[in-house]
Write a protein that binds this ligand. Sequence first.
Ligand SMILES: [Zn+2]
Length: 138
Amino acid sequence: MTTLLYCPHCGHSGVAAIEDEISERWKIYCGGCGSSSGSCETIQDAKALWNARPQDERILWQPIETAPRDGTYILGWDRLFGFRETYWDLYGDGSPAKASYLSGYGPNGKWSWLEPQSNWSGSWKPTHWMPSPALPDV
Ligand SMILES: [Zn+2]
């Protein structure tokens, strides 16, 4: 059985195969935005057509709560800064923020970014993330 991919337009997972009773042809409909695939002779063809469409990269953005917090570099995004590479930076032993975390207040670290050329770093509060793209083959 073929699993239907998320809607390439809106990212909605509520998509379903529907048979037109008059033409007896199949289409895949998105319950989120109402877009549909072209109509096909069989349900299998309709599913294949739906799944073959290019995915909108916007659906790769996920809520920051689901991001890895093991130091992996990811792309973060927020409305103010746009996107930049970032990682979860654990608070250091002895720091006030770490003491606060250990007594049950606040997180165990913060989202940090680096700008190595000027040796700048900072922290921010991205709202969304996606995996960093693959590096060039050099
Ligand atoms: Zn949709």
